[in-house]
Design a protein around this ligand. Structure first.
Ligand code: 5GP
Ligand code: ZN
Length: 121
């Protein structure tokens, strides 16, 4: 994959969602992140929050980019509040193959609106 301007990768579906070439339902956008509805929702609320910068996974987080992750959690709490998830919610990250990551652009699932089960499979 080639790195294009602004930290965007060609061939990455989430970079394409960020630049609008794949349509999606944005629920939030700022200079660092976007949030949109998951195409295959697993709960009444299922939002993906992703950085605009292409970072592959949690395994690539270091002192240069960890501030983005803190920001993602701020946005998650704000969206959860706006979406009426006062009873609680879950934020999930799947990292690499054994973690079940299927899109290699780091993303955090915000899930809520029903009782979520534990442990994960
Ligand atoms: P992962 O399995 O990597 O943790 O999560 C990837 C998520 O991206 C899945 O929940 C999947 O439904 C969602 N997804 C994959 N392709 C698209 C797409 O084109 N649009 C949207 N909105 N969600 C997608
Ligand atoms: Zn990407």
């Amino acid at each position: 994959m080639e790195r294009l301007g602004g930290g965007i990768m060609d061939n990455c579906i989430f970079c394409k969602i960020i630049n609008g070439s794949i349509p999606s339902d944005f629920v939030y956008e700022d200079e660092k992140v976007v949030a949109f509805k998951d195409i295959s929702p697993q709960a009444p609320v299922h939002i993906l929050i992703i950085p605009k910068e292409h970072i592959e996974s949690v395994d690539d987080i270091d002192e240069t980019n960890s501030h983005i992750i803190g920001h993602i959690f701020e946005v998650a709490a704000k969206l959860a509040n706006e979406m009426g998830l006062e009873k609680g919610y879950r934020i999930v990250n799947n990292c690499k193959e054994h973690g079940g990551q299927s899109v290699n652009h780091i993303h955090f699932h915000l899930l809520g609106g029903r009782q979520l089960l534990w442990p994960a499979g």
